[in-house]
Design a protein. Structure first.
Length: 126
């Protein structure tokens, strides 16, 4: 055991050790939510007309839904089909850029404590 002690002490000063110790303070639900949403929309294929949907309007047979339209538009934007994205919902490509920017800002704030987010939520301690 005494031979392992220097290695254990060196491990305490690594990034991995600090990440394991502070994972709860580094967990950001909003970051996980937006990242999972973009991954889902990026891997989904809305080119087919038949697909599973949680939308109650779609399940009732109503073809037009603004929420489904923006989801399809984000998916088309992530696949590089900008014309189809604009036809699905005109705000889809803009929403994609906003969500990607938000994810990058949350990464910068959560892991590096820089970016715009601290300026918005800064408290006045004076």
């Amino acid at each position: 055991m005494n031979k392992l002690l220097p290695y254990i002490q060196k491990f305490k000063y690594t990034f991995l050790f600090h990440f394991i110790q502070n994972w709860k303070s580094k967990f950001n639900f909003e970051l996980v939510f937006w990242s999972a949403a973009l991954l889902y929309l990026g891997f989904s294929n809305f080119g087919n007309e038949i697909h599973f949907s949680f939308c109650p309007l779609h399940n009732l047979g109503i073809s037009f839904c603004p929420g489904c339209g923006i989801g399809r538009a984000i998916s088309f934007t992530l696949h590089g089909e900008f014309i189809r994205a604009f036809h699905a919902h005109w705000f889809g490509p803009v929403a994609t850029v906003i969500i990607i920017f938000r994810i990058l800002e949350l990464i910068k704030y959560t892991y590096f404590r820089t970016g715009i987010v601290p300026l918005i939520f800064r408290r006045n301690n004076g």
